[in-house]
Design a protein around this ligand. Sequence first.
Ligand SMILES: NC(=O)c1ccc[n+]([C@@H]2O[C@H](COP(=O)([O-])OP(=O)(O)OC[C@H]3O[C@@H](n4cnc5c(N)ncnc54)[C@H](OP(=O)(O)O)[C@@H]3O)[C@@H](O)[C@H]2O)c1
Length: 331
Amino acid sequence: MTQRTYNWAILGCGRIAGKFSSDLKLLDNVRLYATASRSIDKSKAFAEKYGFEKAYGSYEEMAADPEVDIVYVATPHSHHHDHAILCLKAGKAVLVEKAFALTAAEAMEMIGAARENNTFMMEAFWTRFHPSLAKVKEVLASGTLGKPALMRSEFCFYAPFNPDHRLFNLSLGGGSLLDIGIYPVFWALQIFGVPSEIKTIADLAPTGADRTIAMTFGYPGGEMAQLTSSLAGCSDTQTEIWCERGFIRVRKIDPQTVKVTVSVKEVSEEDYIFHQENGFGLFLEAQHVMECLNAELTESPLLPHSYTLQQMQLLDRIRKIAGIRYPTEAL
Ligand SMILES: NC(=O)c1ccc[n+]([C@@H]2O[C@H](COP(=O)([O-])OP(=O)(O)OC[C@H]3O[C@@H](n4cnc5c(N)ncnc54)[C@H](OP(=O)(O)O)[C@@H]3O)[C@@H](O)[C@H]2O)c1
């Protein structure tokens, strides 16, 4: 059976949009169709660099193009709500970068718009599609390590303070939590679910954005997860799940490689290497979107709207406890 080819468009020609576009090129059933930027010169340069056919100087013009099938929304999280809804109303399938929105309330409106327009929408959470997660779930389900009891997960890098940069500017959704803390939070949700108790310590930058946030999640069965994200220093970017008879460690060794170590205490230690020869792993989510569209789905069975909403609600809860508020949020 011949696969349908989809016309992709990029909304917002920034850093991650570049990586995503080079990953799109790895897929057969993709037509690099259009770019959209607030600046026509930037859009043209991006289109030329990655091989897109058309360049638009506004997001609205691109959304009005009937040839566009799927839009990848790669603007700051503060703008995902408006940009996703713009495309959904135009009947496009939409893949929205993480964090999906600023708040759960925004996420709910986006989900409502996808339903009203009967269009596909998914959060671009590449980790969900990475084979390392499937390996972790397989090992835990096998029972070799016994019950998972504790978790430690972190994602930290150094970013010099710049009040105007999206990482520190609250109007652009600044802060480590929504940018990278979302990954440790994702791991805790995947392994233990929604916590019954949350404690936080946050170091806020002068703009009010969280430079560092440490979180402890507690669960009714006594499980705990210690999670950290920070823009103050570099970490190893790893997740460890401590179980009755050993642990699993998931560690990103380089942009193409994730190592999963399964250690049975005093018995064995085995490494599983997940290496992508080409690309950053973002093509996995793009491929999944097209498979969903081939199956005429309006949401992903692996990353459904209900999961994304649950994650946004948890992020809201953490921010409330830590005293992190965005200027657009209702008091
Ligand atoms: N999945 C991942 O691994 C990953 C990695 C990094 C980032 N992300 C996510 O991707 C999104 C974009 O991050 P990025 O690092 O690519 O950011 P970036 O380099 O700053 O690019 C964002 C783009 O958004 C557009 N934009 C629209 N309104 C804007 C405004 N008011 N201020 C600034 N930019 C505006 C700009 O494109 P035009 O000028 O072309 O209109 C800009 O180039 C964020 O939500 C982030 O969390 C995901």
